[in-house]
Design a binder for this molecule. Structure first.
Ligand code: SF4
Length: 60
Protein backbone atom coordinates (compact mmCIF):
# COMPACT_ATOMS: atom_id res chain seq x y z
CA UNK A 1 0.00 0.00 0.00
CA UNK A 2 1.04 3.57 -0.51
CA UNK A 3 0.69 6.81 1.40
CA UNK A 4 1.18 10.30 0.02
CA UNK A 5 1.18 13.69 1.72
CA UNK A 6 -0.34 16.35 -0.49
CA UNK A 7 0.15 20.13 -0.62
CA UNK A 8 -2.49 20.75 2.07
CA UNK A 9 0.01 19.77 4.78
CA UNK A 10 0.55 22.51 7.37
CA UNK A 11 3.40 20.70 9.11
CA UNK A 12 1.65 20.13 12.44
CA UNK A 13 3.63 16.93 13.01
CA UNK A 14 0.71 14.83 14.20
CA UNK A 15 1.19 12.07 11.63
CA UNK A 16 4.86 11.77 12.57
CA UNK A 17 3.88 11.32 16.20
CA UNK A 18 1.19 8.78 15.33
CA UNK A 19 3.14 6.72 12.80
CA UNK A 20 6.86 7.56 12.76
CA UNK A 21 7.65 4.40 10.76
CA UNK A 22 5.93 5.88 7.72
CA UNK A 23 5.86 9.67 8.18
CA UNK A 24 8.68 12.12 8.74
CA UNK A 25 9.20 15.86 8.51
CA UNK A 26 11.16 17.36 5.62
CA UNK A 27 13.61 20.25 5.82
CA UNK A 28 10.88 22.50 4.45
CA UNK A 29 8.67 21.81 7.45
CA UNK A 30 6.02 19.58 5.94
CA UNK A 31 5.48 15.86 6.28
CA UNK A 32 6.40 13.18 3.80
CA UNK A 33 5.55 9.51 3.69
CA UNK A 34 7.68 6.58 2.66
CA UNK A 35 6.15 5.37 -0.58
CA UNK A 36 5.23 1.81 0.23
CA UNK A 37 4.28 0.55 3.66
CA UNK A 38 3.50 -2.93 4.92
CA UNK A 39 0.10 -4.34 5.77
CA UNK A 40 1.06 -4.38 9.45
CA UNK A 41 1.27 -0.59 9.31
CA UNK A 42 -2.17 -0.02 7.80
CA UNK A 43 -3.98 0.75 11.04
CA UNK A 44 -1.32 3.19 12.13
CA UNK A 45 -1.29 4.92 8.73
CA UNK A 46 -5.08 5.19 8.69
CA UNK A 47 -5.03 6.58 12.21
CA UNK A 48 -2.57 9.22 11.05
CA UNK A 49 -4.66 9.98 7.97
CA UNK A 50 -7.85 10.32 9.98
CA UNK A 51 -6.09 12.52 12.52
CA UNK A 52 -4.66 14.94 9.97
CA UNK A 53 -6.46 18.27 10.49
CA UNK A 54 -6.30 19.23 6.81
CA UNK A 55 -6.83 15.81 5.18
CA UNK A 56 -3.42 15.95 3.54
CA UNK A 57 -2.72 12.20 3.72
CA UNK A 58 -3.83 10.09 0.78
CA UNK A 59 -3.75 6.30 1.10
CA UNK A 60 -4.23 3.75 -1.62
S1 SF4 B 1 -0.95 15.45 10.23
FE1 SF4 B 1 -1.41 16.32 8.21
S2 SF4 B 1 -0.95 18.51 8.37
FE2 SF4 B 1 0.01 17.49 10.13
S3 SF4 B 1 2.12 17.09 9.42
FE3 SF4 B 1 0.91 15.25 8.98
S4 SF4 B 1 0.19 15.51 6.86
FE4 SF4 B 1 0.88 17.51 7.60
Amino acid sequence: MKAHVNENCIGCGLCVSTCPEVFSMTDSGVAKAIGDFSTEQVNSVLEAANGCPVEAIEVD
